[in-house]
Write a protein that binds this ligand. Structure first.
Ligand code: HMG
Ligand code: MG
Length: 302
Protein backbone atom coordinates (compact mmCIF):
# COMPACT_ATOMS: atom_id res chain seq x y z
CA UNK A 1 0.00 0.00 0.00
CA UNK A 2 0.86 3.69 0.03
CA UNK A 3 2.37 5.47 3.06
CA UNK A 4 0.07 7.53 5.31
CA UNK A 5 2.01 10.68 4.54
CA UNK A 6 4.58 11.87 2.01
CA UNK A 7 7.19 14.61 2.25
CA UNK A 8 7.33 16.63 -0.93
CA UNK A 9 10.81 17.97 -1.71
CA UNK A 10 10.03 20.93 -3.96
CA UNK A 11 12.65 21.61 -6.64
CA UNK A 12 10.84 24.22 -8.76
CA UNK A 13 12.98 27.23 -7.76
CA UNK A 14 16.18 25.26 -8.52
CA UNK A 15 15.60 22.45 -11.06
CA UNK A 16 12.70 24.38 -12.57
CA UNK A 17 14.32 27.76 -12.96
CA UNK A 18 17.85 26.55 -13.81
CA UNK A 19 16.52 25.47 -17.19
CA UNK A 20 14.57 28.59 -18.14
CA UNK A 21 15.88 30.56 -21.10
CA UNK A 22 15.24 33.83 -19.35
CA UNK A 23 16.91 34.58 -16.05
CA UNK A 24 14.12 35.14 -13.53
CA UNK A 25 14.81 38.13 -11.23
CA UNK A 26 15.90 37.22 -7.69
CA UNK A 27 12.92 39.06 -6.20
CA UNK A 28 10.54 36.90 -8.25
CA UNK A 29 12.32 33.75 -7.05
CA UNK A 30 11.98 34.89 -3.44
CA UNK A 31 8.27 35.56 -3.97
CA UNK A 32 7.88 32.11 -5.62
CA UNK A 33 9.52 30.37 -2.64
CA UNK A 34 7.47 32.36 -0.12
CA UNK A 35 4.25 31.43 -1.95
CA UNK A 36 5.25 27.76 -2.06
CA UNK A 37 5.90 27.81 1.67
CA UNK A 38 2.56 29.49 2.26
CA UNK A 39 0.93 26.66 0.29
CA UNK A 40 2.40 24.20 2.80
CA UNK A 41 5.64 23.02 1.19
CA UNK A 42 8.11 22.57 4.03
CA UNK A 43 11.15 21.50 2.03
CA UNK A 44 12.18 23.69 -0.88
CA UNK A 45 15.42 23.58 -2.80
CA UNK A 46 16.12 27.25 -3.29
CA UNK A 47 19.16 27.58 -5.56
CA UNK A 48 22.62 26.26 -6.52
CA UNK A 49 26.05 27.42 -5.39
CA UNK A 50 27.71 26.75 -8.72
CA UNK A 51 29.71 29.14 -10.92
CA UNK A 52 27.45 31.57 -12.81
CA UNK A 53 29.56 30.66 -15.83
CA UNK A 54 28.12 27.13 -15.62
CA UNK A 55 24.51 27.97 -14.77
CA UNK A 56 23.76 31.70 -15.23
CA UNK A 57 20.17 31.13 -14.04
CA UNK A 58 21.49 30.36 -10.54
CA UNK A 59 24.02 33.19 -10.51
CA UNK A 60 21.92 35.13 -7.98
CA UNK A 61 22.09 32.53 -5.16
CA UNK A 62 23.31 35.08 -2.62
CA UNK A 63 20.60 37.56 -3.55
CA UNK A 64 17.84 34.93 -3.32
CA UNK A 65 19.00 33.71 0.09
CA UNK A 66 19.35 37.24 1.40
CA UNK A 67 15.86 38.04 0.16
CA UNK A 68 14.45 34.97 1.90
CA UNK A 69 16.18 35.81 5.15
CA UNK A 70 14.79 39.34 5.00
CA UNK A 71 11.26 38.12 4.33
CA UNK A 72 11.35 36.03 7.53
CA UNK A 73 8.41 33.81 8.34
CA UNK A 74 7.82 30.86 10.64
CA UNK A 75 10.75 28.47 10.34
CA UNK A 76 9.27 25.52 12.25
CA UNK A 77 10.16 22.30 10.50
CA UNK A 78 11.19 24.13 7.38
CA UNK A 79 14.16 23.07 5.28
CA UNK A 80 15.74 25.11 2.48
CA UNK A 81 18.54 23.08 0.90
CA UNK A 82 20.67 24.25 -2.02
CA UNK A 83 22.97 22.44 -4.44
CA UNK A 84 26.65 22.50 -3.54
CA UNK A 85 29.18 20.74 -5.79
CA UNK A 86 32.48 21.63 -4.17
CA UNK A 87 34.23 23.39 -1.28
CA UNK A 88 33.93 26.80 -2.89
CA UNK A 89 30.16 26.21 -3.05
CA UNK A 90 30.13 25.15 0.60
CA UNK A 91 32.00 28.32 1.60
CA UNK A 92 29.29 30.37 -0.09
CA UNK A 93 26.47 28.35 1.52
CA UNK A 94 28.00 28.60 5.00
CA UNK A 95 28.56 32.31 4.60
CA UNK A 96 24.75 32.61 4.30
CA UNK A 97 24.08 30.29 7.24
CA UNK A 98 22.54 27.43 5.27
CA UNK A 99 21.61 24.37 7.31
CA UNK A 100 20.97 21.94 4.45
CA UNK A 101 22.81 21.17 1.22
CA UNK A 102 22.69 18.64 -1.60
CA UNK A 103 25.66 17.21 -3.46
CA UNK A 104 24.91 15.80 -6.91
CA UNK A 105 26.79 12.89 -8.43
CA UNK A 106 26.42 11.06 -11.69
CA UNK A 107 25.97 7.34 -12.30
CA UNK A 108 27.55 7.65 -15.75
CA UNK A 109 30.93 8.80 -17.04
CA UNK A 110 29.57 10.97 -19.83
CA UNK A 111 27.24 12.97 -17.61
CA UNK A 112 29.84 13.27 -14.83
CA UNK A 113 32.15 14.82 -17.42
CA UNK A 114 29.50 17.13 -18.90
CA UNK A 115 27.82 18.23 -15.67
CA UNK A 116 30.76 18.26 -13.25
CA UNK A 117 33.84 18.38 -15.47
CA UNK A 118 35.00 15.26 -13.62
CA UNK A 119 35.10 11.50 -14.08
CA UNK A 120 32.89 9.35 -11.85
CA UNK A 121 35.93 8.57 -9.68
CA UNK A 122 37.01 12.22 -9.54
CA UNK A 123 33.54 13.29 -8.39
CA UNK A 124 34.04 11.42 -5.09
CA UNK A 125 37.22 13.38 -4.39
CA UNK A 126 35.28 16.61 -5.00
CA UNK A 127 32.33 15.65 -2.77
CA UNK A 128 34.19 14.02 0.11
CA UNK A 129 35.58 17.19 1.77
CA UNK A 130 32.26 18.96 1.18
CA UNK A 131 30.23 16.32 3.01
CA UNK A 132 32.83 15.92 5.76
CA UNK A 133 32.88 19.61 6.58
CA UNK A 134 29.12 20.06 6.17
CA UNK A 135 28.42 17.22 8.61
CA UNK A 136 31.02 18.50 11.07
CA UNK A 137 29.25 21.87 10.92
CA UNK A 138 25.90 20.22 11.70
CA UNK A 139 24.35 20.46 8.26
CA UNK A 140 21.84 18.08 6.73
CA UNK A 141 23.23 16.59 3.51
CA UNK A 142 21.39 14.96 0.64
CA UNK A 143 23.10 13.07 -2.19
CA UNK A 144 21.60 13.03 -5.65
CA UNK A 145 22.58 10.43 -8.20
CA UNK A 146 21.73 11.45 -11.76
CA UNK A 147 21.12 9.18 -14.76
CA UNK A 148 19.79 6.35 -12.58
CA UNK A 149 17.76 4.79 -15.39
CA UNK A 150 19.17 5.94 -18.69
CA UNK A 151 21.73 8.35 -20.08
CA UNK A 152 21.27 10.23 -23.37
CA UNK A 153 24.77 9.28 -24.54
CA UNK A 154 25.28 5.86 -22.92
CA UNK A 155 21.75 4.43 -23.13
CA UNK A 156 20.24 2.26 -20.38
CA UNK A 157 22.24 2.38 -17.14
CA UNK A 158 22.79 -0.93 -15.31
CA UNK A 159 21.28 -1.12 -11.83
CA UNK A 160 24.60 -2.27 -10.32
CA UNK A 161 26.37 0.81 -11.66
CA UNK A 162 23.84 3.08 -9.95
CA UNK A 163 24.07 1.11 -6.70
CA UNK A 164 27.86 1.45 -6.69
CA UNK A 165 27.73 5.25 -7.07
CA UNK A 166 24.90 5.55 -4.53
CA UNK A 167 26.86 3.52 -2.00
CA UNK A 168 29.99 5.61 -2.44
CA UNK A 169 28.02 8.83 -1.84
CA UNK A 170 25.98 7.47 1.08
CA UNK A 171 29.17 6.10 2.69
CA UNK A 172 30.29 9.72 3.02
CA UNK A 173 27.51 10.09 5.59
CA UNK A 174 24.68 11.69 3.62
CA UNK A 175 21.25 11.52 5.23
CA UNK A 176 19.21 11.05 2.07
CA UNK A 177 19.70 9.62 -1.41
CA UNK A 178 17.68 11.09 -4.28
CA UNK A 179 17.42 8.85 -7.33
CA UNK A 180 17.44 11.09 -10.38
CA UNK A 181 15.75 10.03 -13.59
CA UNK A 182 17.35 13.01 -15.27
CA UNK A 183 15.93 12.35 -18.73
CA UNK A 184 12.70 10.67 -17.68
CA UNK A 185 13.19 7.25 -19.27
CA UNK A 186 12.44 5.12 -16.18
CA UNK A 187 9.49 2.75 -15.95
CA UNK A 188 7.87 1.09 -12.92
CA UNK A 189 9.59 -2.30 -13.12
CA UNK A 190 12.98 -0.62 -13.39
CA UNK A 191 12.17 1.53 -10.34
CA UNK A 192 11.30 -1.56 -8.36
CA UNK A 193 14.49 -3.38 -9.38
CA UNK A 194 16.68 -0.42 -8.43
CA UNK A 195 15.03 0.02 -5.01
CA UNK A 196 15.37 -3.70 -4.38
CA UNK A 197 19.07 -3.69 -5.29
CA UNK A 198 19.73 -0.67 -3.04
CA UNK A 199 17.89 -2.42 -0.20
CA UNK A 200 20.18 -5.44 -0.57
CA UNK A 201 23.13 -3.11 0.02
CA UNK A 202 21.58 -1.62 3.15
CA UNK A 203 20.16 1.56 1.60
CA UNK A 204 16.51 1.18 2.49
CA UNK A 205 13.51 3.22 1.30
CA UNK A 206 13.50 5.20 4.56
CA UNK A 207 16.63 7.01 3.29
CA UNK A 208 15.59 7.27 -0.36
CA UNK A 209 13.82 10.00 -2.31
CA UNK A 210 12.76 9.77 -5.96
CA UNK A 211 13.29 12.46 -8.58
CA UNK A 212 11.50 11.83 -11.84
CA UNK A 213 11.54 13.98 -14.93
CA UNK A 214 8.43 13.47 -17.04
CA UNK A 215 9.77 13.11 -20.59
CA UNK A 216 7.71 9.98 -21.31
CA UNK A 217 4.79 10.84 -19.00
CA UNK A 218 5.84 8.16 -16.50
CA UNK A 219 6.87 10.36 -13.57
CA UNK A 220 3.69 9.95 -11.55
CA UNK A 221 3.42 6.20 -12.22
CA UNK A 222 7.06 5.74 -11.24
CA UNK A 223 6.57 7.79 -8.09
CA UNK A 224 3.56 5.72 -7.01
CA UNK A 225 5.56 2.55 -7.66
CA UNK A 226 8.35 3.84 -5.40
CA UNK A 227 5.84 4.81 -2.69
CA UNK A 228 4.44 1.27 -2.76
CA UNK A 229 8.01 0.05 -2.19
CA UNK A 230 8.26 2.13 0.98
CA UNK A 231 9.73 5.45 -0.23
CA UNK A 232 8.10 8.50 1.40
CA UNK A 233 10.07 11.49 0.07
CA UNK A 234 9.22 12.69 -3.43
CA UNK A 235 10.87 15.42 -5.49
CA UNK A 236 8.50 17.51 -7.59
CA UNK A 237 8.46 20.88 -9.29
CA UNK A 238 5.55 23.29 -9.21
CA UNK A 239 4.31 23.89 -12.73
CA UNK A 240 6.28 20.88 -13.98
CA UNK A 241 9.23 23.17 -14.69
CA UNK A 242 12.69 21.70 -14.87
CA UNK A 243 15.47 20.04 -16.77
CA UNK A 244 19.22 20.05 -16.77
CA UNK A 245 21.14 22.34 -19.13
CA UNK A 246 23.90 19.69 -19.33
CA UNK A 247 21.61 16.73 -20.11
CA UNK A 248 20.44 16.43 -23.69
CA UNK A 249 16.67 15.65 -23.84
CA UNK A 250 15.94 16.42 -20.19
CA UNK A 251 12.44 17.84 -19.72
CA UNK A 252 10.42 19.06 -16.73
CA UNK A 253 10.02 17.32 -13.40
CA UNK A 254 6.92 15.66 -12.06
CA UNK A 255 4.54 18.59 -11.43
CA UNK A 256 3.90 19.14 -7.72
CA UNK A 257 0.22 19.86 -8.46
CA UNK A 258 -0.21 16.50 -10.20
CA UNK A 259 1.47 14.74 -7.27
CA UNK A 260 -0.67 16.51 -4.66
CA UNK A 261 -3.85 15.77 -6.63
CA UNK A 262 -2.99 12.08 -6.90
CA UNK A 263 -1.92 11.68 -3.26
CA UNK A 264 -4.89 13.61 -1.90
CA UNK A 265 -7.20 11.34 -3.88
CA UNK A 266 -5.44 8.31 -2.43
CA UNK A 267 -5.80 9.60 1.13
CA UNK A 268 -2.08 10.31 1.54
CA UNK A 269 -1.24 13.36 3.68
CA UNK A 270 1.10 15.98 2.10
CA UNK A 271 0.34 19.10 4.13
CA UNK A 272 -0.04 21.04 0.88
CA UNK A 273 -3.06 23.20 0.03
CA UNK A 274 -3.75 22.33 -3.61
CA UNK A 275 -5.76 25.47 -4.31
CA UNK A 276 -2.97 27.74 -3.07
CA UNK A 277 -0.40 25.68 -4.96
CA UNK A 278 -2.34 26.01 -8.22
CA UNK A 279 -2.62 29.77 -7.68
CA UNK A 280 1.14 29.92 -7.19
CA UNK A 281 1.72 27.87 -10.29
CA UNK A 282 -0.51 30.14 -12.38
CA UNK A 283 1.28 33.18 -10.93
CA UNK A 284 4.72 31.72 -11.78
CA UNK A 285 3.60 30.78 -15.30
CA UNK A 286 2.55 34.41 -15.79
CA UNK A 287 6.02 35.55 -14.68
CA UNK A 288 7.51 33.20 -17.29
CA UNK A 289 5.01 34.29 -19.91
CA UNK A 290 3.55 30.91 -20.79
CA UNK A 291 0.88 28.55 -19.46
CA UNK A 292 1.66 25.80 -16.94
CA UNK A 293 2.10 22.38 -18.58
CA UNK A 294 0.50 20.65 -15.57
CA UNK A 295 -2.77 18.83 -16.37
CA UNK A 296 -4.08 19.50 -12.89
CA UNK A 297 -3.39 23.22 -13.20
CA UNK A 298 -5.19 23.32 -16.56
CA UNK A 299 -8.17 21.51 -15.08
CA UNK A 300 -8.44 23.51 -11.87
CA UNK A 301 -7.43 26.98 -13.03
CA UNK A 302 -9.33 26.96 -16.33
P1 HMG B 1 35.26 23.49 -13.04
O1 HMG B 1 35.27 24.49 -14.13
O2 HMG B 1 35.98 22.20 -13.22
O3 HMG B 1 35.66 24.17 -11.66
O4 HMG B 1 33.73 23.17 -12.75
P2 HMG B 1 37.04 24.65 -11.11
O5 HMG B 1 37.14 24.14 -9.71
O6 HMG B 1 38.13 24.33 -12.09
O7 HMG B 1 36.84 26.25 -11.02
C1 HMG B 1 36.72 27.07 -12.18
C2 HMG B 1 36.36 28.49 -11.75
O8 HMG B 1 35.09 28.53 -11.14
C3 HMG B 1 37.32 29.08 -10.72
O9 HMG B 1 37.33 30.47 -10.92
C4 HMG B 1 36.63 28.79 -9.41
O10 HMG B 1 36.97 29.65 -8.36
C5 HMG B 1 35.19 28.99 -9.77
P3 HMG B 1 38.48 31.19 -11.80
O11 HMG B 1 39.75 30.76 -11.14
O12 HMG B 1 38.32 30.65 -13.21
O13 HMG B 1 38.14 32.63 -11.69
N1 HMG B 1 34.29 28.16 -8.96
C6 HMG B 1 33.19 28.59 -8.34
N2 HMG B 1 32.59 29.79 -8.25
C7 HMG B 1 31.46 29.89 -7.53
N3 HMG B 1 30.88 28.83 -6.92
C8 HMG B 1 31.43 27.61 -6.98
C9 HMG B 1 32.63 27.45 -7.71
N4 HMG B 1 33.41 26.40 -7.97
C10 HMG B 1 34.42 26.83 -8.73
N5 HMG B 1 30.85 26.57 -6.36
C11 HMG B 1 31.98 22.52 -11.21
C12 HMG B 1 33.35 22.21 -11.75
C13 HMG B 1 31.52 21.34 -10.39
C14 HMG B 1 32.07 23.77 -10.36
C15 HMG B 1 31.03 22.76 -12.42
O14 HMG B 1 31.12 21.66 -13.27
C16 HMG B 1 29.58 22.93 -11.99
O15 HMG B 1 29.21 23.90 -11.38
N6 HMG B 1 28.68 21.99 -12.35
C17 HMG B 1 27.30 22.06 -11.95
C18 HMG B 1 26.41 22.18 -13.13
C19 HMG B 1 24.97 22.22 -12.64
O16 HMG B 1 24.62 22.98 -11.77
N7 HMG B 1 24.09 21.37 -13.23
C20 HMG B 1 22.70 21.35 -12.91
C21 HMG B 1 22.42 20.77 -11.58
S1 HMG B 1 22.44 18.98 -11.58
C22 HMG B 1 20.83 18.50 -12.03
O17 HMG B 1 20.08 19.32 -12.46
C23 HMG B 1 20.40 17.07 -11.81
C24 HMG B 1 19.45 16.90 -10.62
O18 HMG B 1 18.26 17.66 -10.80
C25 HMG B 1 19.06 15.42 -10.47
C26 HMG B 1 18.58 14.77 -11.77
O19 HMG B 1 17.64 15.28 -12.39
O20 HMG B 1 19.18 13.76 -12.12
C27 HMG B 1 20.10 17.35 -9.31
MG1 MG C 1 16.56 17.10 -11.98
Amino acid sequence: GLPASVTIYEVGPRDGLQNEKTVVPAATKVEFIRRLEAAGLQTIETTSFVPAKWVPQMGDAEEVLAGLAASGGDATGRRRPALVPNERGLDRAEELGLEAIAIFGSATETFARKNLNRSVTEQYAMFEPVVKRALADGMWVRAYVSMCFGDPWEGPVPVDQVVEVAQRLMDLGCAELSLGDTIGVGTTGHVHRLLEALGHKGIGPDRIAVHFHDTYGQALANTLAALRDGVSVVDASTGGLGGCPYAKSATGNLATEDLVWALTGAGVETGVDLEQLVETSVWMAAQLGRPSPSNVVRALAG
